[in-house]
Ligand binder design. Structure first.
Ligand SMILES: Cn1ncc2cc([C@H](O)c3cccc(CNC(=O)c4cc(-c5ccc(F)cc5)cc(O)c4O)c3)ccc21
Ligand SMILES: [Mg+2]
Length: 214
């Protein structure tokens, strides 16, 4: 039942996870996608790397590119200090609708602003819309061919400060070769690769952490 994979994930969460308990919602998504049907969540292995980066940065302003069902949105939001905000951009209306409901079940919707639209159209509006200046952390997990153009757009919109951390999913599988070449060769970034595995599978993947140097 459930017309789409995101809908089936939402139904499983609503039927098994404890309302208001973000960790039980995260575990429910992971057990569904590990045992019933695969889905492109960052997953529990790479999720632990994401958690460690969020705890290290202690960000006030976070941007996420690609919400999907809100799995990484929850992992980030549950670790934010009070008063911090997570802005997540999703261009697929159905994904956004499901993510909103999953975030609601986890009790995390107050820390999160989910915007529906293409990153390239929304990024230039963020400073004014949220009366903010720079992001402390950017989690990149949308179309792999958009990673590099959107990173350049963030630079052009003056949304990166010296010390801002970019964390990119899937730099090995499916891969983001142009992005990797840029952040590893540009003098404006200090980049480091975190080897891991593709969500729910024994396939190599990894995340790239790149600090903007200003
Ligand atoms: C412009 N813009 N602005 C906002 C925005 C939001 C979206 C959507 O959220 C969206 C839709 C479809 C695909 C993605 C990218 N994700 C992936 O493609 C991916 C694949 C795999 C994988 C790995 C192995 C396989 F065999 C198959 C798929 C593993 C992963 O973790 C992924 O993240 C993101 C798209 C463009 C957007
Ligand atoms: Mg991904």
């Amino acid at each position: 039942s459930g017309k789409s994979r995101p809908m089936r994930i939402l139904q499983y969460v609503q039927n098994t996870a404890v309302q208001g308990d973000a960790n039980s919602v995260i575990s429910a998504v992971d057990s569904y996608c590990a045992n019933v049907e695969w889905a492109m969540n960052v997953g529990d292995k790479k999720g632990e790397i994401l958690d460690a980066v969020v705890l290290d940065v202690r960000p006030r302003w976070v941007l996420e590119l690609g919400t999907y069902c809100g799995y990484s949105t929850m992992r980030i939001a549950r670790l934010l200090p009070p008063g911090a905000r997570l802005i997540t951009l999703e261009m697929n209306h159905h994904y956004a609708q499901v993510a909103k409901q999953i975030l609601g079940h986890a009790g995390l919707d107050s820390q999160v602003d989910l915007l529906v639209g293409a990153s390239s159209a929304l990024i230039p509006q963020l400073k004014k819309k949220f009366d903010m200046d720079k992001f402390d952390l950017v989690f990149i997990d949308h179309w792999k061919t958009s990673y590099l153009p959107d990173t350049k757009l963030l630079e052009e919109c003056d949304l990166l400060a010296s010390g801002t951390v970019l964390l990119a999913d899937n730099v090995t599988c499916p891969g983001a070769p142009e992005y990797l070449h840029y952040v590893r060769n540009s003098p404006r970034y200090k980049s480091l690769y975190f080897p891991s595995q593709l969500e729910y599978l024994r396939v190599e993947d990894g995340m790239e952490k790149s600090v903007f140097l200003g």
